[in-house]
Design a protein around this ligand. Structure first.
Ligand code: CA
Length: 151
């Protein structure tokens, strides 16, 4: 058994790092240790350790004075994580939940849902968007209206 198998799923921490790094690159054009530390509320020393580990795993390239860039593998993983975060957020928003609750719950859930579940939620979300009446009754916690019954 190889614990370092390439198919080994990324840990929650690795996922959160990649997610933040991609977001920094997308918004600022670059990601620095100091910015990642600030966003994740983690010390710069810990961030440096993690970044070196991610470099060793081939997910990014880290150069001490030039910041870091994601490799193709790192960027692909980061995009998947971001997409999953967005899919879960869209779904909970559709249910009319409080934004703070949504953020908190998505941060917890996103590391534990399989691609199959994310896909199913995505499908459910797009179906619900086309059924405003059903959606309204879900939001108010009411039973969906039934088809008119012939006595
Ligand atoms: Ca996250």
């Amino acid at each position: 058994m190889s614990p370092r198998s390439a198919k080994r799923p990324a840990s929650s921490a690795v996922e959160d790092y990649l997610e933040q790094i991609l977001e920094l690159i997308n918004t600022k054009g670059y990601a620095r240790v100091v910015d990642i530390a600030q966003r994740l509320s983690i010390s710069q020393a810990s961030v440096t350790n993690m970044v070196q580990k991610l470099d060793a795993e081939g997910l990014l390239k880290y150069e001490k004075y030039r910041g870091l860039v994601l490799t193709t593998a790192g960027e692909e993983l980061a995009r998947n994580i971001t997409l999953r975060h967005q899919t879960l957020t869209d779904f909970l928003q559709l249910l009319g939940l409080d934004p703070q609750v949504i953020y908190h719950d998505v941060e917890g859930m996103e590391h534990h849902v399989s691609p199959a579940t994310v896909h199913a939620i995505e499908s459910l979300t797009s179906h619900l968007k086309r059924r405003p009446a059903l959606l309204r009754s879900i939001r108010t916690g009411a039973t969906p209206p039934r088809g008119r019954r012939t006595p």
